[in-house]
Design a protein around this ligand. Structure first.
Ligand code: PGA
Length: 244
């Protein structure tokens, strides 16, 4: 495990983007797993900047996003698909047909999840997965208690998660969907390389739990300690509770 501690959220995003750029330069066909959330906004800004400076192309990159709310379609402003279109896909040269997304409005959610796993497999698996972390230690929408063997599936969201994400629903927690589709813990762990980004005091317990606590399904991110190529890029505040 590699731990990189930087000053603030902006620096987390910049360092994360630089590492992604390095991987794309080594392999322009990279299969890239992507994440959403407030932490990711400066990260996508930095990636867009690299693209605009003509330092980086996403033309052949294939992407798979981690998760999506159940019941929202991709045009809904609160969906993760919309977040990605707005903050990243519409601003770079990624090819539309190379973007893979879970459809939270699919008729059969079980089949939707199975097909997603198959698509990842058909492209040879995820080369690099980007992750955020929840205050409760979740990765993707794998809440505490998620089976380490879980694959892409429908899940129930916890209250803490819905409260955190209310910022994307005019501050109204009751408007945040109760269910989501998410890649599973085992899906995430199958990625060849993983980079987790975190910022702020509110994430310090989750970070300490992942890095210093026991590896347990109670702390989903702790499973990452079993991965052989994982980097945590976090700011000082998120690192505040780490054992010295
Ligand atoms: P956040 O979400 O960046 O909005 O805090 C992170 C997450 O829940 O994974």
């Amino acid at each position: 495990m590699k731990l990189i501690i930087v000053n603030d959220l902006k620096a987390v995003g910049l360092r994360g983007a630089e590492l992604v750029a390095e991987e794309i330069r080594k392999n322009q066909n990279l299969v890239l797993g992507l994440a959403t959330g407030g932490t990711m906004i400066p990260f996508y800004k930095s990636l867009v900047n690299l693209f605009r400076k003509k330092n980086l192309s996403f033309l052949k990159v294939r992407s798979f996003n981690l998760d999506e709310y159940v019941g929202l379609n991709g045009k809904d402003k609160r969906s993760f698909r919309y977040f990605m279109d707005k903050n990243f896909f519409s601003k770079v040269d990624i090819s539309k047909r190379n973007i893979h997304f879970l459809d939270g409005n699919a008729k059969n959610l079980y089949t939707e999840c199975k097909n997603y796993e198959n698509e990842i497999g058909e492209l040879g698996g995820i080369d690099l997965q980007i992750l955020g972390i929840g205050k409760d230690g979740h990765i993707g929408f794998n809440e505490p208690g998620s089976d380490f063997n879980s694959r892409t599936r429908e899940v129930l969201l916890r209250e803490t998660t819905r409260r955190n994400n209310a910022k994307f629903f005019s501050g109204k927690e009751e408007k945040v969907p109760k269910k989501a589709l998410t890649m599973g813990i085992a899906t995430i762990m199958s990625a060849r390389k993983i980079i987790l980004l975190a910022s702020g005091k509110s994430k310090s317990d989750a970070i300490a739990g992942a890095l210093n606590g026991e590896i347990s399904e109670k702390a989903p991110a702790s499973v990452l300690m079993r991965h052989r190529d994982v980097a945590f890029i976090i700011d000082k505040n998120a690192a505040a509770k780490l054992r010295k």
